[in-house]
Design a protein around this ligand. Sequence first.
Ligand code: NAD
Length: 462
Amino acid sequence: MAARDLSEFFAAQAALVPARRASFGRAERLAALEALRGAVEGARGEITAALESDFGKHPVETLLSEILPVLSEIAHARRHLRRWMRPRRVAPSLAMLGSRARIVPQPKGVALVIAPWNYPFSLALGPLVSALAAGCSVIVKPSEQTPVTSALIARLIGATFPPDLVAVAEGGADVSTGLLSLPFDHIFFTGSPAVGRIVMAAAAKHLTPVTLELGGKSPVILGTDSDLAGAARWIAWGRFFNAGQTCVAPDHVYVPAGIAEAFADRLKEEVARMWSAPDALAKIVSDRHWRRVKGLIDDARAMGATVVTGGQGDAASRSLAPTILTGTTGDMEVTREEIFGPVLPLIPYDDLGAVIAGINAGPRPLALYVFGGQALADRVMRETSSGSVGVNLTLLTFAHANLPFGGIGNSGLGAGHGEAGFRAFSHDKPVLTNRFLAMPMLFPPYGARVKRLAALVTRLSG
Ligand code: NAD
């Protein structure tokens, strides 16, 4: 879409903001959410087909990770919208006795949602749900890497909403760049840390607030007391779901040296049990990414790593076998960059302190997983910093309706999902009303009485 069209798009939405603030109440927001629910429900088959066409995603995975999250985000927002929108009374402080204070959430205005390709449907529409619940109008920019899903999103939204409420701008970095030059009231970006930096720099020009949902390497720590079978099941699922193209997927696993071999065997069994069917594992999204991920395996192997299982792939169909590596070292690419594919290095350790120090020396992870007892979980939680922590499970921290989701540092800024998503697109406006506030007694001229009162108020409030 040309830059001029983008600004017209934007202008149409922005022009309506004052009127919408006044009229887009709970009933209208609920109606918008209901319309979106109907559109998603009615397109289940098309959504499944689009994801299958874009990167061979299994229909069950599409149901669980593309359709269900959007429908449950909508259901959650509809259920809680009254409470989220309600102005919150706050108690007056001593110096403010005689006033009434409230926090009134107000829609920020026109929001931009930029989505990645890895969950191209749910990561475009999930933030849209939050934005509509908050009363914003929205431009959604889905990923160009999944063109069939992006076209479907554009068609569904076009048939469901007037373009001055929700519009879809299809295209790649050029369209994103055009959009980012506009003075949005909020930008919700999901994607890589590298592009996150570009988005934040562009937003700074207009002082536009941002939510950045980014990525990075999410480690797993196994304790000596962990249930090996349970850990193997959760890790084999979490790593290879969506062919490992998941922002919160376990990126690598630290295993106590004494049980490393036993765990590798368990994991290999689980991988074979879960992922052997020919259509079970999704494909890699593009030729470029296929070459990148295959390159990580080949590079590791050439530098001395052992392939426990997998390693092979087919460039034409962009398939890669679920791959487990051991013997990886710090100088390999697989250790240095976010893997984002069906490859899992197992790293033996003797000293938990050194593992924690290693994690703390790198960028803060989006997710960190611990398998073991409470003492291990408590220590890791206390001594590390990450977007979220999952104990004896993987991935599900992303899916809990009542938990905010977001990263920290290199893995993101701000949070989304549920109430956190609503707050991201709202301005919590403090409103202070004078009923019989005694402060005028402190106005100048500063005579003896004012001085006494000022001293008293300071003493009582301090
Ligand atoms: P990406 O950053 O390449 O692209 C994301 C979006 O930004 C796309 O819509 C793309 O068109 C746009 N874009 C690309 N280059 C741009 C530029 N120069 N200027 C402006 N916009 C640009 O990310 P991706 O490859 O689609 O997704 C993978 C990354 O996203 C991984 O790092 C992953 O961990 C992360 N991710 C994070 C979350 C989360 O919730 N934290 C979820 C999914 C993916």
